[in-house]
Design a binder for this molecule. Structure first.
Ligand code: HEC
Ligand code: HEC
Length: 243
């Protein structure tokens, strides 16, 4: 597991002590490397998933009820920064999503889902586990910090070919909940989709349709099931271009 901890570039790692410019370069490199190493991670962690045993809702409820401390969350975020970037902007190729500025409770829900294998990604399940985030308070704090970040990483967009179909489908089927411009709505626990990397969005839509996000509401899955492939690609592209 130590190689992976190095990949995470935690604040204690030597990476953090080097000059800022070199550090940024190294981080970019580390993020690319992390993305490229995904299949290897999958092989390494596949067996460790028993540790991410299915849990009930009590941790999610406790994390949502906790009084979040963003300053404490900043130090926990050191691990996350290696992949999601110090600005929380993720990677434009969509391998890693932007999380900056998402409502705290949206982030808490996703972290809790990864912790109980309701969202499946070996890297995230590993870094959201109990060794990295001890409990409900840590989840609340790191989410509160990520919510305060403002991105400098530009969104990765699609190729533009399916935009018209995507725009129509978005307005017709999705905007009623997510709003025309895909902004966050903390009160309704709606994630911000505007400006998210297109390839990431497309993957989430396909994963949800394929049943790989079991904790996504059944009604939501139903709406996504009604989309054809062109609409899925187009919606992802359409949203990625929004500010
Ligand atoms: C090794 C790389 C890596 C590290 C480290 C990492 N993440 Fe992630 N994270 C990912 C990937 C990859 C995804 C997308 C998974 C997918 O496609 O479903 C993701 C997804 C997420 C999401 C879901 C975003 C959304 O829009 O639904 C959240 C929230 C998140 N990460 C938060 C964190 C936090 C907080 C930390 C630190 C405790 C962290 N991540 C550490 C790679 C990483
Ligand atoms: C009934 C209201 C509703 C409708 C209609 C709806 N959504 Fe959602 N959507 C939500 C909520 C709530 C969430 C947060 C789900 C969660 O907690 O995992 C969400 C999450 C998402 C996510 C996950 C983002 C991430 O990274 O985790 C995507 C992508 C998405 N919606 C796309 C769409 C698209 C595309 C449509 C139209 C085809 C659509 N939604 C229609 C309410 C809705």
């Amino acid at each position: 597991m130590h190689e992976v901890e190095g990949c995470a570039g935690s604040p204690r790692s030597p990476v953090a002590q080097r000059p800022a410019a070199a550090r940024r370069g190294t981080r970019r490199y580390a993020r690319t490397l992390c993305a490229l190493l995904a299949p290897a991670f999958a092989a390494m962690f596949g067996t460790a998933l028993a540790d991410v045993a299915a849990r009930n809702d009590s941790e999610l409820k406790a994390a949502l009820a906790a009084a979040p401390d963003a300053a404490r969350g900043a130090s926990l975020y050191g691990t996350c920064a290696a992949c999601h970037g110090p600005d929380g902007g993720g990677v434009a190729d969509g391998s890693i999503p932007a999380i900056a500025g998402q409502p705290q409770r949206v982030l808490v829900k996703q972290l809790a889902d990864f912790r109980r294998s309701q969202r499946l990604d070996v890297r995230m399940e590993h870094f959201a586990d109990r060794r990295h985030l001890g409990g409900a308070q840590d989840i609340a704090d790191v989410a509160a910090y990520a919510a305060t970040l403002s991105r400098t990483t530009a969104a990765g967009i699609g190729d533009g070919t399916m935009l018209a179909a995507g725009g129509r489908a978005w307005i017709g089927r999705c905007a009623g909940c997510h709003g025309g411009t895909g902004q966050a709505n903390a009160a309704r626990a709606l994630p911000r989709l505007a400006g998210q990397h297109a390839a990431y969005l497309e993957r989430q839509l396909l994963d949800t349709v394929a049943g790989r996000r079991p904790n996504m509401a059944a009604t939501h899955r139903g709406v996504l099931n009604g989309l054809d492939p062109a609409e899925i690609t187009g919606i992802a592209d359409y949203l990625s271009r929004m500010k």
